[in-house]
Design a protein around this ligand. Sequence first.
Ligand SMILES: NC(=O)c1ccc[n+]([C@@H]2O[C@H](COP(=O)([O-])OP(=O)(O)OC[C@H]3O[C@@H](n4cnc5c(N)ncnc54)[C@H](OP(=O)(O)O)[C@@H]3O)[C@@H](O)[C@H]2O)c1
Length: 261
Amino acid sequence: MDAPGLPHLHGKVALVTGSSRGIGAAIGKALVAAGADLAVHGRQSAGSSVEGAGELVAYARAAGRRAEAFQGDIAVRTEVEALLAKVVETFGRLDVLVLNAARAPFKPTERLLERDLRQLLDVNILGNVFCAQKALPHLAKQGGSIVFLSSLGSRFMNPSYPLGPMKAAMEAFTRQWAEEWGPKGVLVNAVCAGLVKTDAFLTLRQIWPEVATLPDELFVTPEEVADVVTFLTSPAARAIRGQTLVVDRGLSNRVLRGPAS
Ligand SMILES: NC(=O)c1ccc[n+]([C@@H]2O[C@H](COP(=O)([O-])OP(=O)(O)OC[C@H]3O[C@@H](n4cnc5c(N)ncnc54)[C@H](OP(=O)(O)O)[C@@H]3O)[C@@H](O)[C@H]2O)c1
């Protein structure tokens, strides 16, 4: 048990995949506010992604936490093995894994090339499974938690969003892992975010121009998503198992109302 008054992740270590920018960076900040030491992670080894990772590390250190940036492609099993080994070597433990990284082409199925399909599966299914498998023994030691980042594409169709079916599969894995790994003391849940204005949204707007007509109040902020992820790592969420919490400001309640009403 934490000492009274300490934030719930004090002395604990969190790895957020894809935290060099976007929602992942906001999750990193929220976990730091909850007391966590932070393993920041991104795929690219140069450019704005590395700068973003460095800024998040500096933010966490300024808040008094330990933080380091790590690089690795989650689609490559050996890179995931190296990532988890380095994180545990650096911090000595792992308590929270947030499966946030995602990468996908925005095209209808009939235009997906073999390399698109392989990227969809390799990053968004295999990559997450590799991370969870490699993190599991460390999380089990601490009674830790896994939170997966899903999207409304898991349940609603957009013709140019093949990431949706990957998210649906991962929500099923979330249930599966909650039951498989609950007895080992590892809590597994997911957050299904609505529309968030990150880099990925710029691409979404190109293939789905109507999204720009939605009122501002239907867009979720990265911080709103991050707060719910943080809640799922807290003792208050201890009885939630294998669930996907929808955080979309009610967007999915309105499917029959038309975009601007
Ligand atoms: N934006 C939305 O509207 C929205 C809505 C619902 C759910 N989500 C979900 O929330 C999560 C974050 O979304 P976002 O919009 O913040 O994404 P984003 O801005 O595109 O950032 C993606 C992050 O994932 C990393 N990444 C991508 N492929 C990777 C790989 N193969 N290996 C390791 N890291 C990889 C990127 O690293 P680099 O910086 O090095 O490229 C980056 O840090 C995703 O799972 C997304 O599906 C987003």
